[in-house]
Ligand binder design. Structure first.
Ligand code: SF4
Length: 409
């Protein structure tokens, strides 16, 4: 008999201050006890006190034991940005989309433990079967970018856009919403209800084509940088892309600006990827004229322009792993992933563009003790931190996800 313990309905939005809570000049991301990590100043989900003082070794032994006991009834998915002490237990590693696909394909496991952030666990719930339960070990592991597009704000913005632009005619919409995978299920559902779709950083380009074949312009949520970089790569002039500020009436835009626009970019960003600068790229090239610079398209336009190439987390991984021995790589993405690429490719020189060691503070909140907590819950027949999307949201969000699959990329 399985019971689902009461789970917080909403997660706590992450502040910019919290996002830099784990940054340090001396790069030692060694896992400490949960009690010690609670001193970091970020908000953590409460956990039974007995987990607070467990040493990393005790936690590791506990997880190994629980995994053996539970067997194939549970699968652990680990995002590339997870800390080493967590990802070592992952059955599958990948970016958010790949992991959700794994969740959908892994029918045997009744429990899907998603070591990532909240929107990823929601997406896994959307794609998995009804008798599978998705668990996020720490419900305080949100995503600051996804938090920047609160569903009430986006609903209001959509109503304003409809008032100004209208629905369109002759089968062509005035505006089509596209949301990046890094958004809540509610935003994905809004896109599904309104003729739009979801995209990833791998297929944003194809999603633009799909949308512009059906509408005059795009509303891109929630990452303005991915939206802008994608538009520029497709030849859309920067001046045709306007930014919607959710804190100002009508997004701070005039009706004329909206009518003249090709893309309306939501004013959101990733606090991790916006740390990278052109100055860091120049410094890397000064130190090593042969260095290759690869960055994520969530970086600002100037950084993407200055880099040698840009692409999704999976693109970065494949590019660096596939590069010839002896090459040198400066990478603009999350530090845990860069460190793992460095350790796994000793024949290359690999380093992070940012000299400050700054992990994604929400990903970092998946401390191994939380993983042990939820695994022990499963052993006791209790689902802790089960993420469940309501039926109506699920129906509409799946429409937007299916359109993404149609687009491919
Ligand atoms: S790296 Fe950026 S987009 Fe990814 S989870 Fe962290 S804050 Fe969100």
């Amino acid at each position: 008999m399985i019971s689902i313990s009461s789970t917080p309905k909403t997660i706590i939005p992450i502040t910019e201050l919290e996002q830099s809570a784990f940054c340090q000049v001396e790069g030692n991301l060694r896992t400490k006890t949960l009690e010690e990590e609670f001193q970091s100043g970020v908000r953590w989900q409460k956990v039974p006190t007995r987990y607070l003082k467990l040493t990393p070794e005790q936690v590791e032994a506990g997880i190994k034991y629980a995994r053996k006991e539970i067997g194939t009834k549970a699968v652990v998915l680990g995002h590339h940005y997870q800390r080493e002490d967590v990802i070592q237990f992952a059955d599958f590693r990948g970016d958010s989309y790949l992991l959700s696909k794994h969740a959908a394909e892994t029918k045997e496991a009744k429990w899907i433990i998603f070591c990532g952030v909240h929107f990823m666990a929601e997406t896994a719930d959307l794609l998995s079967d009804d008798d599978q339960h998705v668990i996020l070990p720490n419900m305080a592991a949100g995503c600051s970018m996804a938090d920047m597009a609160a569903s009430d704000d986006v609903e209001d913005a959509w109503d304003d856009l409809m008032d100004v632009l209208g629905e369109g005619e002759n089968g062509q919409a005035e505006i089509i919403p596209i949301t990046y995978m890094n958004s809540t299920a509610a935003i994905k559902a809004l896109c599904g209800r309104n003729g739009g779709l979801v995209c990833t950083s791998s297929n944003a380009d194809a999603a633009y084509d799909w949308a512009l074949a059906r509408g005059k312009r795009i509303l891109f949520l929630p990452d303005q940088h991915l939206g802008r970089n994608t538009g520029l790569a497709k030849g859309i002039p920067a001046e045709d892309m306007v930014v919607w500020n959710p804190f100002r009436p009508m997004g701070g835009l005039s009706e004329e600006q909206l009518h003249n626009s090709k893309v309306v970019l939501w004013q959101g960003h990733c606090s991790v990827h916006t740390r990278f600068t052109v100055k860091q790229i120049e410094e890397a090239r000064r130190n090593d004229p042969d260095v290759n610079v690869v960055v994520h398209p969530e970086c600002v336009r100037e950084v993407v322009d200055a880099a040698d190439c840009n692409g999704s987390t999976e693109f970065i991984r494949k590019t660096v792993e596939g590069a010839p021995a002896g090459t040198s790589w400066a990478i603009g993405t999350e530090i845990n992933m860069v460190n793992r690429l460095r350790d796994g490719n000793p024949d290359k020189r690999i380093f992070c563009l940012d000299p400050v060691v700054c992990p994604c503070a929400t990903m970092y909140r998946i401390h191994p003790a939380y993983v042990l907590w939820v695994l022990e819950g499963i052993m006791a027949g209790v689902g802790i931190n089960v993420v469940q999307v309501d039926a109506e949201t699920k129906r509409d969000a799946l429409v937007a996800l299916e359109r993404m699959l149609e687009v491919g990329g």
